[in-house]
Design a protein around this ligand. Structure first.
Ligand SMILES: [Fe+2]
Length: 140
């Protein structure tokens, strides 16, 4: 396991939390495949999960952006979020192109490091802020 769900990851919204958990599972699935040392080439399977994860992230961003509108999230934080979503999409688009056949191990470990660090930051810093906002707004 390269990234583990912790209670502090909760953004106080069940759907967002479920989607984050699913993304964590996909990253861990890629990681588990990368650990096999039985000379079977798993690169294609890893890249396949990576591409499903990218698609899922785009769907997840859409869900979050819909909620920002619905709950009237302030425009500054909405802009920060949308910027964060766009830069992730750009980054994974370039990532899936480089070193496709050479240096597979290096590429996979760079992908996994990026994804796990990115997700942790996305959840704990960016989405958490929205979660706190929801909590404050609806708990009063
Ligand atoms: Fe998120």
């Amino acid at each position: 396991m390269i990234i583990k769900w912790k209670p502090e990851f909760s953004c106080y919204d069940r759907t967002i939390d479920e989607q984050h958990k699913k993304m964590i599972d996909m990253i861990n699935e890629m990681y588990e495949l990368s650990l096999y040392d039985d000379h079977i080439d798993r690169y294609d399977s890893i890249v396949e999960i990576f591409s499903s994860l990218t698609d899922y992230a785009i769907y997840h961003f859409g869900h979050e952006e819909k909620l920002f509108k619905e709950h009237d999230y302030d425009s500054f934080n909405t802009k920060v979020q949308i910027h964060e979503h766009k830069s992730f999409i750009n980054k994974v688009a370039t990532m899936s192109l480089y070193d496709l056949d050479e240096n597979q191990n290096k590429t996979i470990s760079a992908m996994l490091n990026f994804l796990s660090q990115w997700l942790e930051h996305h959840i704990l810093v960016i989405d958490k802020r929205f979660g706190e906002f929801l909590k404050e707004k609806y708990e009063k």
